[in-house]
Write a protein that binds this ligand. Sequence first.
Ligand SMILES: C[S@@+](CC[C@H](N)C(=O)[O-])C[C@H]1O[C@@H](n2cnc3c(N)ncnc32)[C@H](O)[C@@H]1O
Length: 348
Amino acid sequence: MSKTLLLCRAGFESDLAAEIQEKAGLAGVAGFVRAKSDSGFVIFETVEGQADDILQKRVQFDSLVFARQWLRVIAHLSPLDPADRVTPIVDCFREGTPVRDFWLTFPDTNEGKSLSKLARKLELPLQKGAKGLLHSQSQDHAHLFLISGTEIWVGITSADNGSPWPLGFPRLRQPSAAPSRSTLKLEEAWLQLIPEAQRATLLKPFQKAVDLGAAPGGWTWQLVNRGMQVVAIDNGPMDATLLDSGQVTHLKEDAFSYRPSRTVDWLVCDMVDKPARVAELMERWLLEGWTRFAIFNLKLPMKRRWMEVNLILQRMQQELDAGGKRYRLSAKQLYHDREEITVFAAPA
Ligand SMILES: C[S@@+](CC[C@H](N)C(=O)[O-])C[C@H]1O[C@@H](n2cnc3c(N)ncnc32)[C@H](O)[C@@H]1O
């Protein structure tokens, strides 16, 4: 019996639970999920008789939409003596192979965030206490997930199959010149959904982009910042400075009827509309070959969000396959996404 702890946005535990249950099942991993509403995490427990790391071996972390990060649990320390938290934590790693470093995380809830000070305080004593157990070439991060000052889940996140950011998202600073906060959604999407090795090849100056539902221009700003030429479609007003850049053509048109005159490199879309309708529009762009890559948001329904998302993505994949377009869809609920997920479509 082994446990995997998966982090998510608070309030999305049942969606992540449904997703991991389904994906584990499809991968032949038998288990069940424990989830508490608004806790910011769920625990998947395999049934007896399977290897400890079977879930990590059979399920790719990147395939999970609602999981921000995961760790294979090796211990649950509770109650932990506040006078010496380090010794019992370090003892958990004496038997196994060396770890690269210690990651200290906590749930993305108000209570969780109040533990960030403790997490910082523990870092140095842990590094010192674990001397001899650390190896810079190791693929394994020792991962400590703090529930309180006296309760810690201890586990491993492998660099091979997990988020590269301990909490599952990069820290991004709002660019002062960007006209809206949603600018960070596109920046995070690029970091989360495009593998690092491909980013510089896929995002290049002088590329052509279309931004559907662009106003006031946070996403357009990101494209312009990368040196691209952008057609921004929206009936609403665009930021004047962006228009002055000379890289933006603003068309006051309906995004559902707009057609590009020739193939563009990037299509991005942040419209608030029915997810199935947006997915169909994206499908048309890809099937017609109007764009090479696409990044778009799908607003989530109120209930059974995983089921809806799964249906839409599966249907979209089937349509693309049937149309002879080999595309790979990757989807994630980003840190900057609220009631939505972000999808990246790239040639497979
Ligand atoms: C969430 S905002 C986009 C914010 C933008 N990504 C940014 O970073 O500033 C959604 C935009 O979609 C536009 N929109 C919604 N439906 C549209 C349609 N059918 N055609 C064009 N624009 C549409 C709205 O006018 C609105 O400005």
